[in-house]
Design a protein around this ligand. Structure first.
Ligand code: ADP
Ligand code: MG
Length: 330
């Protein structure tokens, strides 16, 4: 794998620090882009590696009806064959359908915002905010994986092996991880080359960070020397003395790593999953929609960081999105 390919594990063993929210909104915003402002859309795969399947539910996906999930990819003993990755992925059309269904259930008399879904008079979907987004879903079945994997050969690199056909297909692969440093998270760190750590701006923010950094170092040394810290995103910020102190502390501990953008505590962000869409396509990024505005700002900052990494190492990426569109048009 090209060591500077953008495979980003969103990790922190703490629960509730906005891993899923960050992974979902970052993936969606990067996929949608903001072409008018020079932020090109990218082809993105979001991997849900948490048995809770919250990333999948964020798009209204009904987890009980899934044919194949990331669990099957991890457990498949493929021998020398590489998996046909498309068999495991949910594509943009199905994501758009399920977002539409979730919206209708929650808002029976209201049309969805056009940034999320645009329909014709008969209610058929014309366009959606997820046209470049693919999802590798998960459900509760994955909760058995840690134990089942323990005795399998290559238990730490199963995800990497399973995703290998996807590495060339996507501009970004974003992996949402469970709140632990167990085998699933190790698989994410082995499959990724970058780590993004969401940190909640609360009193215990830095607790557990040294443990997380140690795990990252262990994976770097033993399994994946390409792994690097992509950045730290401060989340659920409220304008208070405590949050300001915590922000200062985190920035002091990790100079140069924290994103300038800070995600505010914002009720719209928490409500968005029930409407079946991430906040970045549910609400326009305006000053009155701080949640959407700041997740867009984070995605743009992340994309600029990627560009400067590529410049620094002289890496020129082909335009995968254009290639993909050409292939579909054949
Ligand atoms: P994790 O994946 O780390 O467990 P989640 O992304 O699921 O964390 O977030 C935990 C809870 O907090 C969820 O209910 C989510 O909707 C909510 N939440 C996340 N970010 C924000 C925010 N910026 N403002 C308000 N609520 C948030
Ligand atoms: Mg989560």
């Amino acid at each position: 794998m090209n060591p500077y390919k953008m495979v980003i594990a969103v990790t922190n063993q703490k629960g509730g620090c906005a891993k899923t929210t960050t992974a979902v909104n970052l993936a969606t915003a990067l996929a949608k882009g903001d072409a008018a402002n020079g932020f090109r859309p990218a082809k993105v795969l979001l991997v849900d590696l948490d048995p809770q399947g919250n990333a999948s539910t964020s798009f209204g996906i009904d987890k009980s009806t899934l044919d194949r999930t990331v669990y099957d990819l991890l457990m498949n003993d493929l021998g020398e064959e590489l998996p046909i990755i498309d068999d495991y992925l949910i594509g943009p059309d199905i994501i758009a359908d399920s977002m539409n269904e979730a919206w209708k259930q929650n808002n029976p008399d209201k049309k969805p915002p056009k940034t999320m879904i645009e329909t014709d008079r008969d209610g058929n979907i014309i366009s959606s905010g997820v046209e470049n987004l693919w999802l590798l879903p998960s459900n509760i079945q994955l909760s058995g994986a840690e134990i089942e994997l323990a005795t399998r050969i290559g238990r730490e690199t199963r995800l990497k092996e399973g995703l290998s056909p996807a590495y060339d297909e996507f501009d970004y692969i974003i992996i949402d991880t469970p709140p632990s440093l167990g085998l699933l998270t190790i698989n994410a760190l082995a499959a990724a080359n970058w780590v993004l750590i969401p940190v909640q701006t609360e009193y215990y923010a830095l607790e557990g960070m040294s443990q997380l950094m140690n795990s990252i170092k262990l994976v770097q040394r033993r399994i994946n020397p390409n792994l690097k810290l992509f950045g730290i995103a401060l989340t659920m910020y409220q304008n208070s003395k405590l949050c300001n102190t915590v922000e200062r502390e985190v920035r002091k501990h990790f100079p140069g790593h924290c994103f300038k953008t800070v995600i505010p505590r914002n009720i719209d962000i928490a409500v968005a999953p029930s409407d079946g869409a991430p906040i970045v396509i549910l609400k326009k990024p305006t000053r009155s929609n701080k949640g959407s505005q700041q997740y867009w700002a984070l995605a743009k900052e992340a994309s600029r960081r990627v560009q400067s990494i590529r410049q620094k190492y002289g890496i020129r990426e082909p335009d995968r999105l254009r290639q993909h569109k050409l292939r579909i048009g054949d």
